[in-house]
Design a protein. Sequence first.
Length: 82
Amino acid sequence: MERINLADAKAHLSELVTRASQGEEIEIVRRGKPVARLTPPLITPKPKKAFDWAALEQAVSAMTPQEESAGDFMRRLRDSGY
């Protein structure tokens, strides 16, 4: 674990945060005594699943086309008292 004084940490905070996000631990010291520690996040992001375009195409092809527009449907629904 690297130790860095507070003044240097202030001057290079962006770089230190990037290094911590990549797995490094950095201890910040004031007058030689530890006052803070930058560590990697505890939660690691899960890899994203590939989107299944074939399943979407299958679902869309199974839908029946609507004969009225969404606007007409909403007006009809509103005027019917629902």
